[in-house]
Design a binder for this molecule. Structure first.
Ligand SMILES: Cc1ncc(C[n+]2csc(CCOP(=O)(O)OP(=O)(O)O)c2C)c(N)n1
Ligand SMILES: CC(=O)[C@@H](O)[C@H](O)COP(=O)(O)O
Ligand SMILES: [Mg+2]
Length: 636
């Protein structure tokens, strides 16, 4: 057994001599490589912060001292060192530990994360709370990556911290990568800092100047003092972004050098006020393939650890690949089309388009709010932005959707990726709420394709009519049934659904790819029940003609959506029914009023009652119930 393998608590860690720490890091790395190779998960960010994690828990008195991991996808070594090594085999699995820090899971997880750029605000809140209580001993540390630092929210927090001046430490983990290459002027600035071109070079020139022999004798003390103040307080301070915000800047420091890290962190413990330590690390450190192709190894599926070869090969055509290809196809014909992604270039399948037409694809950093208003600006000036955002991250930009796009009737097409349950990322990442929060925004056209061909047609239709205002097209993570049969586009009628199957016993209304499970369920019920199936396709505007037909013909209706029930498509159908005075028994299937847990998408569809089996059961149950009701009505 490796020497330090038993270390799974910071208390035990702190008993080790500093000289043992590199050995522990090696063991943690090899555990991580083994684990992710056989289970998949977030990988290279965790590999990059092994030394930093060990040093932080070594120097600081966690969990009394508060430590927050931004995004939290790099927190695997933190989990291993804080009592979760034994349960780590359940990481991201249904019922297992979360892939992100979670307050419910451990007292060492000072703040739940998953979405980016929250750590500085949260640690500032804790630091101010401690100050208010008169607690001046507790330490407050946030670890934030260079990608996460691009978000407005991180800067809002720094701005506030520089003003409030509580004792807190921000560790900027600069690995020069987001998921894909980090973009933006900030990254250039950080690179300049790490290569010592500006701030540290200036600092050292100033030091030399101020200690030049003989000078103090020649210049009057008052003049020298003024010069010193001017240089230190003005020139030096304003040549560093963080110093300019009243946050003391330290670094850059090699984030893999344990001696150095322990030494610097010990020192910083005793320096009051807000401080930022610029730590330089390598994403994927210790696993050669991950250091070579860092984007690919952000969150791999299972792989062979000796070769780096992927083990899970799938031939399924995904919504993402169809999206990437279709948008390029449309953009070749329509010069107004632009693509925008807030730091999810490869996840949103825009990498190829970026290569082919770089000036028409904007990776704007982790800036969902900016991404939406930037798209609004492009649209206001006559271009046709396809603003591609994961459903869960669009939550951040709700006001921008309403105020900057919808209110001004701008033709922005929101491509809402990862809609519905996403799988093992769990509650922080499920795209549960978008139908509900978009359905109430006036003027938006909201749609969800059932299959890949329909998806292409929706994308085509969304760009075809410049007067159609904002669009939202939601689609899930992963496979979308058979590949599109046709390479031609059909212009769809906005707000029109389709009847996929006539029937007389019961009607099922579906929205999006869950419709494919309904198709299977109906086939399974053949000969037993005659089920009608309607694909609503649009959740706004609703297809009122279709709904009149449904409620005139059926007294039992099931609605199915991959999203939350509260305010969702089923709710819209109920509103329609009430408004038009129809009476029917309506059973809604979708996500209940809880935060959906983690698990594979299939597991979650089953758990929340909208996989094929659950649909069959729901149809049978509702059919039996309405039969009974009919009998009672006949007797009465
Ligand atoms: C609000 C939000 N937008 C996007 C993401 C997706 N995301 C997760 S990690 C990541 C990159 C973060 O880069 P960085 O902070 O530098 O950490 P690294 O991966 O380099 O360790 C992105 C874009 C997210 N989690 N939250
Ligand atoms: C931590 C984070 O937010 C991303 O890494 C996210 O897990 C990516 O999800 P996809 O794998 O669905 O792109
Ligand atoms: Mg980074």
């Amino acid at each position: 057994m490796p020497e330090n393998f038993h270390i799974d608590s910071p208390a035990a860690l702190r008993k080790l001599p500093v000289s043992s720490l590199p050995g522990l890091c090696e063991e943690l790395r090899s555990f991580l490589i083994d684990h992710v190779a056989s289970n998949g998960g977030h990988f290279s960010s965790s590999l990059g912060v092994v030394e930093l994690t060990v040093a932080l828990h070594y120097v600081f008195n966690t969990p009394e001292d508060k430590l927050i991991w931004d995004v939290g996808h790099q927190a695997y070594p933190h989990k291993l060192l804080t009592g979760r090594k034994g349960r780590f085999y359940t990481n991201r699995l249904r019922g297992g530990i979360s892939g992100f820090p979670s307050r419910e899971e451990s007292e060492y997880d000072a703040f739940g994360t998953g979405h980016s750029s929250t750590s500085v605000s949260a640690i500032l809140g804790m630091a101010c709370a401690a100050r208010y209580r008169g607690d001046h001993t507790r330490q407050h540390i946030a670890v934030i990556g260079d990608g996460a630092m691009t978000a407005g929210m991180a800067f809002e927090a720094l701005n506030n911290a520089g003003y409030e001046q509580p004792d807190m430490l921000v560790i900027l983990n600069d690995n020069n990568m987001s998921i894909d290459a980090n973009t933006g002027a900030l990254q250039d600035y950080l690179t300049a800092l790490t290569t010592g071109r500006y701030y540290n070079a200036l600092k050292s020139h100033v030091r030399t100047l101020l200690s030049y022999p003989g000078q103090p004798d020649k210049w009057p003390a008052e003049v020298l003092g003024k010069l010193r103040n001017a240089v230190k307080g003005g020139l030096l301070r304003y040549s560093n972004l963080f110093e300019a915000l009243n946050i003391r800047y330290f670094g850059p420091v090699d984030g893999h050098d344990l001696d150095k890290l322990v030494h610097v962190l010990e020192k910083l413990k005793h320096i009051p006020g807000p401080k930022l330590l610029h730590c330089v690390t390598t994403k994927g450190k210790g696993f050669a393939p991950a250091m070579t192709d860092q984007a690919k190894w952000h969150a791999p599926k299972t792989f062979d650890k000796s070769t780096g070869a992927t083990l899970e090969k799938t031939s399924a055509v995904t919504f993402q690949s169809v999206f990437g290809r279709t948008l390029m196809e449309l953009a070749r014909k329509n010069p107004g089309i632009m693509a925008i992604t807030p730091a999810m270039l490869s996840g949103s399948a825009l990498t190829t388009m970026k290569k082919e037409m770089p000036e028409r694809v904007f990776d704007v950093g982790i800036t969902e709010q900016h991404a939406v208003t930037f798209a609004a600006g492009l649209a206001a000036d006559g271009l046709l932005p396809f603003c591609t955002i994961y459903s869960t991250f669009l939550q951040r930009a709700y006001d921008q959707v309403i105020h900057d796009v919808a209110l001004q009737k701008l033709h922005v097409v929101f491509c809402i990726d990862r809609a519905g349950v996403v799988g093992q990322d769990g509650p922080t990442h499920h795209g549960a709420f978008d139908i509900s929060f978009l359905r109430c925004v006036p003027g938006i056209t909201g749609a969800s394709p059932m299959d890949l061909e329909d998806f292409r047609d929706l994308l085509f239709t969304a760009q075809a009519d410049r007067e159609s205002g904002p669009w939202a097209i939601r689609y899930p993570r992963g496979a979308g049934g058979p590949a599109p049969a046709s390479s031609r586009f059909k212009k769809l009628v906005i707000g029109k659904g389709r009847k996929l199957r006539p029937g007389k016993d019961i009607a099922v209304l579906s929205l999006g790819p869950v419709g494919l499970s309904v198709v299977d369920a109906c086939a399974g019920l053949e000969g037993e029940l005659d089920v009608a199936h309607y694909d609503l396709r649009f959740f706004k505007p609703l297809d009122e003609t279709l709904l009149h037909e449904v409620f005139r013909r059926f007294s039992a209706v099931i609605t199915i959506e991959d999203g939350c029930l509260a305010g969702g498509m089923g709710s819209a159908v109920l509103e329609f029914m009430a408004e038009h005075g129809y009476h029917a028994v309506v059973k809604r299937l979708g996500l209940p009023d809880t935060f959906a847990e983690q698990g594979t998408q299939q597991e979650l569809h089953a758990l929340y009652g909208y996989d094929k089996k659950a649909i069959v059961a729901a149809v049978r149950q509702l059919a039996a119930r309405t039969k009974d009701l009919k009998k009672v009505a006949d007797i009465l």
